[in-house]
Design a protein. Structure first.
Length: 125
């Protein structure tokens, strides 16, 4: 059975891309090392590594939850990840419409604004 940290790093790179993970790893310090290990094992090595739902579905759920909880700083990163998870722009707007109905229009509106900005940046790159 593979180590959850190793699995997590593989999945994290697959979803977020090598460049993002390399930057995050370079910024890691002794202070945040335990936190980085925790999220790599738990989020990436357990939740994202599960094959119970597709990466596309997981991406949509993640974006909806981030928006619903007001965790907006993570939205651009996960919008960029849709290139690798297979979640389309239509999938993302559907997820954010659910946020509007079940968690609030202002949260969905802000998430949509961030997604539009991020898609624009992605198209320019």
């Amino acid at each position: 059975m593979p180590d959850r940290y190793e699995t997590g790093m593989k999945v994290r790179r697959g979803v977020l891309g090598d460049a993002h993970v390399d930057r995050a790893e370079a910024a890691k310090t002794e202070f945040d090392l335990p936190f980085q290990r925790l999220i790599t094992e738990a989020a990436w090595g357990t939740v994202w590594a599960s094959d119970a739902i597709s990466p596309r579905e997981r991406s949509m759920l993640t974006l909806a939850l981030l928006a619903a909880m007001g965790n907006f700083d993570e939205i651009p990163m996960h919008i960029r990840a849709t290139v690798r998870t297979g979640a389309s722009k239509q999938d993302v707007i559907e997820a954010f419409q659910h946020v509007a109905i079940y968690a609030g229009v202002p949260k969905a509106n802000h998430a949509i604004k961030l997604a539009k900005e991020t898609y624009r940046e992605m198209e320019q790159d």
